[in-house]
Ligand binder design. Structure first.
Ligand code: SF4
Length: 590
């Protein structure tokens, strides 16, 4: 049978040097400067991208002459968007280009001007340690980590520790969602210690210490001003949840699961009045513009169960978020839009492409989404699956979900698990989209793996400590196989020994001989001791099964190549470990 043609659409090779034999990415040809910078091909029935951008929603007092826009006399640009509209490259745009690698500063400026990219960098926060980062589909996919003290758990010191821990595990932004403890002190400490943009949901501070009834325009604007002055880089505001949307949730299985959304819905019903955040949206824009705080337009009606996904309430709110995007752009503010939540896998692409249409390509910042509801304790996994699909189909930033989701406040280890799961999702999507250079890291690690160069393998691993600990749990020597298959079954070793093959022979990756493991560090030892629910002694007893199997007793197994010659190792393996029948080995690699 003739194979069907490969679905190559002109995407760039994610490997800088075109490593390996893969035909590369099946995504669309890149269109930086257009609406499909890095994009998946549309499944039939998907909404087309909007034909409009932020250029179509300019401040009413600006004028256009010969294709260029001019601000009124005496105008001083403040936000990244205003600078970009005037053709000015800011130091933050230059830094973003440097960090992204595949974008020039001019391209960053063009994407910011079109509203497809944001650089959340409050002018105050830039005075501390903020390293500017970009969120947009032309740049690499970003990951946000949520944290924050609750009324029953944690405090300022613990939250700063979690922030640094999230940065250690590659979070690109962090949201402080504190609802307990000293909110102001925690926020200030996080802003001073952070290198990444910090987001908040200001309605939490508006409610703490006062009745929901007292929420009004003055409280809203004062709180925004105070947090902007502190240096917060982006605000989640649930301004798109309108009075008319509330009845649409009446028959939902899970109702309103956004904290901000449920508070505002209650306020609207109690007061029989429109959402005050919607009502004073322009005034909020004025405060945010002053410090260049980016909008993260919240999805107060995001589905909290698969049964409520892509329903009328969610889509009605998203339509309003499109309207608010246009209004914020007219006021010179940077905007990203928040998205769901709990969405079955088959509906993810539609959700991403609908936002692209309704919000004119403004960066989509999604929570998960979780693709099933029945794995509490493992929702970092259920959601990372959805997040990978979301990023491939258009989301620019993924808000992590930790194993504690739905169950409690994440602790340090949960933060790490969430960050790791979401870095996997973001990276997998970047490679799939053909973002230049995104596969280089994979190629390097694959070469080290093929060469059985364990030191390099672990050095390149995202989590060096865990990779080393898991390897050494069963085999504490860096030899030409690992405990998963053993010497005789090690396909990597066999492949490497076929001289016609390139595998395992990349220059600079070969290692000379069997090496003793450098030994486990404290962190690696702790990883082994914390594994699963078994007591440490039991784990070590199980981990030593290879040694018991070969009768090596207490010491190192006789098949370990640094304590035994190759013939002996092969004999021991043949006798005790190898499951297939074959003639006695005549040499080390037989
Ligand atoms: S023993 Fe198996 S898992 Fe280990 S390196 Fe060889 S092929 Fe890979």
């Amino acid at each position: 049978m003739t194979l069907p043609k490969l679905p190559l659409n002109g995407a760039l090779d994610p490997s800088t040097d075109g490593q390996g034999t893969t035909p590369g990415s099946f995504a669309l040809a890149p269109d930086i400067g257009g609406s499909l910078s890095f994009a998946s091909p549309d499944t039939p029935g998907m909404p087309a991208p909007s034909s409009q951008t932020a250029w179509d929603f300019m401040p009413t007092d600006w004028r256009q002459e010969q294709g260029r826009w001019f601000a009124p006399e005496g105008f001083t640009p403040v936000t990244q968007l205003e600078h970009a509209r005037l053709g000015m490259i800011t130091p933050e745009m230059r830094r973003v280009a440097e960090r992204e690698g595949h974008l020039s500063a001019e391209q960053v400026m063009a994407e910011v001007a079109a509203g497809r990219m944001v650089i959340p960098a409050n002018r105050r926060h830039l005075e501390f340690q903020l390293d500017p980062t970009a969120i947009g589909r032309a740049s690499r996919t970003k990951v946000n980590a949520n944290m924050g003290a609750s009324p029953v758990s944690s405090g300022t010191e613990a939250e700063v520790e979690k922030l640094l821990w999230a940065e250690r595990w590659s979070a690109d932004t962090v949201m402080d969602l504190s609802t307990g403890g000293d909110l102001d002190a925690t926020r200030e400490a996080i802003l001073k210690a952070s290198h990444v943009p910090i987001g908040t949901v200001p309605i939490y501070s508006m409610i703490v210490g006062r009745s929901l009834d007292d929420l009004n325009e003055e409280v809203i604007l004062d709180t925004l001003r105070h947090q902007a002055e502190q240096g917060v880089d982006y605000f989640t505001v649930h301004a798109g949840l309108r009075m008319a949307h509330v009845p649409l949730v009446a028959h939902r299985v899970a109702g309103i699961i956004s904290r901000g959304g449920s508070l505002l819905a209650k306020w609207m019903l109690d007061h029989d009045a429109e959402n005050p955040m919607y009502a004073c949206f322009e005034a909020m824009c004025d405060v945010m513009r002053e410090y260049d705080v980016t909008f993260s337009l919240g999805d107060g009606l995001r589905p909290g169960a698969l049964a409520d996904a892509t329903d009328a309430a969610q889509l009605a709110e998203l339509t309003t978020l499109g309207e608010l995007t246009e209004r914020a752009w007219r006021k010179g503010c940077q905007v990203m839009v928040e998205g769901p939540g709990h969405v079955p896998f088959d509906q993810i692409e539609y959700n991403m492409k609908l936002e692209r249409a309704l919000c004119h390509g403004a960066p989509f910042y999604v929570l998960g989404p979780l693709v099933t509801d029945v794995f509490p304790g493992y929702d970092h996994l259920t959601s990372a699956i959805g997040a990978t699909a979301a990023a491939y189909h258009g989301a620019a930033m993924l808000c992590y979900v930790t194993p504690k989701e739905h169950l409690g406040l994440p602790k340090k280890e949960d933060v790490k698990q969430g960050c790791v799961a979401y870095r996997v999702a973001a990276h997998a999507a970047d490679v799939a989209l053909g973002i230049p250079g995104s596969r280089d890291w994979d190629d390097q690690l694959s070469k080290a793996r093929a060469a059985l160069n364990w030191e390099k393998h672990f050095e390149l691993a995202f989590d060096t400590d865990t990779a080393r600990a898991l390897h050494d749990e069963d085999l504490d020597v860096d030899t030409d196989f690992c405990a998963m298959c053993g010497h005789d079954w090690c396909s990597v070793r066999i492949s490497k020994e076929i001289s016609e093959f390139a595998a395992g022979n990349a220059e600079g990756f070969a290692r000379e001989r069997v090496l003793k493991s450098p030994g486990l560090t404290e962190a690696q030892r702790a990883i082994l001791e914390e594994r699963g629910n078994l007591p440490a002694e039991e784990l070590h007893r199980l981990a030593g099964k290879t040694a018991f199997a070969v009768g090596a007793g207490e010491g190192k197994a006789a098949c370990h190549s640094d304590v035994s010659d190759d013939d002996t190792a092969a004999r021991v393996q043949q006798r005790e470990l190898v499951q297939i029948r074959r003639p006695a080995p005549s040499g080390p690699s037989a």
